[in-house]
Write a protein that binds this ligand. Structure first.
Ligand SMILES: Nc1ncnc2c1ncn2[C@@H]1O[C@H](COP(=O)(O)OP(=O)(O)OP(=O)(O)O)[C@@H](O)[C@H]1O
Ligand SMILES: [Mg+2]
Length: 264
């Protein structure tokens, strides 16, 4: 199983939107996929019309086992399951902190799930927290949506510094330009600069009202407007990610170092 975390320390950059569209595209391509919604606000659970059960709590994710399996829910997509979030997840960091090896608890839970799924997508909250430290250590690939504005780039640079300190492998961190508004000169200029960076993916997700409507429709745009520019962008992002994930898996099998892929 490969784990992709969609994370940024800046809020409202499109993390949940990207997570849900990628998860549905992966499932439709036949990948056994699980989306872990780790943001207490539960946007991606909402977008997939999945509601946490009354018994949902944060302890299951800390301990694992049957309690966790019971909290995972099917969606209307054959190969897509969701671990929904609820406000209870606001206590996750505290619960992790009470345990040994507190930064690597999520890795353990993903190991438990790896026999059932090919791909795990994590929709993370926009915070620096113990939960998200767990996310960073557990993810094979970190996908950071960045809105092309100077403040958002500063936030990404701050995150990149932190990742360096944590020794997260650089070639596994990718930037996706998100919510590009072509009418704004500043967006275009900032996006051009961002795209020069080696970690930036080629796909640009445009700002589009058809994407914004996901909140009303509670469905991914790839489902209700599959030929629109929004869906095309998410399909392109999925294709780019698939190629990268394959390269990473091959290099892991071959025992190559992380840097090999960067040079390629
Ligand atoms: N490409 C886009 N075009 C237009 N609107 C978008 C786009 N991507 C996201 N949105 C809208 O922007 C808002 C924030 O998106 P989303 O919830 O995906 O961001 P987020 O990074 O997950 O936010 P948070 O940090 O609060 O979790 C939502 O209303 C969403 O519908
Ligand atoms: Mg979100």
């Amino acid at each position: 199983m490969t784990t992709v975390a969609v994370y940024s320390i800046k809020g409202g950059v499109g993390k949940s939107t990207v997570s849900v569209n990628l998860a549905v595209l992966a499932a439709k391509a036949g990948q056994r996929t699980i989306l872990l919604d780790l943001d207490p606000l539960g946007s991606s659970s909402y977008l997939l019309s999945v509601q946490a059960k009354k018994s949902h709590d944060e302890k299951a994710l800390v301990k694992g086992g049957k309690e966790l399996t019971k909290q995972i829910q099917a969606t209307k997509y054959a190969s897509l399951d969701v671990l929904p979030s609820s406000l209870a997840y606001k206590y996750l960091s505290i619960k992790f902190d009470e345990k040994k090896n507190s930064k690597h608890r999520l890795e353990k839970r993903l190991d438990d799930l790896s026999q059932y799924y090919d791909l795990a997508i994590i929709d993370a909250s926009p915070t620096m927290s113990l939960v998200n430290e767990n996310v960073l250590y557990a993810a094979d690939v970190l996908l950071v949506p960045v809105v092309p504005t100077p403040f958002a780039v500063i936030a990404y640079d701050t995150l990149a510094e932190e990742l360096k300190r944590m020794q997260i492998l650089k070639h596994r961190v990718y930037v996706a330009v998100s919510m590009l508004d072509k009418r704004k000169k500043l967006h275009i200029e900032t996006a051009e600069e961002l795209l020069k960076r080696p970690e930036s993916l080629k796909t640009i997700i445009p700002f589009a009202s058809e994407i914004e409507k996901m909140g009303e429709r509670r469905e991914p745009v790839v489902e209700y407007k599959p030929r629109g520019k929004g869906a095309q962008a998410f399909k392109s992002l999925y294709r780019e990610l698939t190629v990268l994930l394959r390269a990473i898996r091959d290099s892991d099998v071959a025992g190559d170092t992380a840097q090999t892929i960067i040079k390629e």
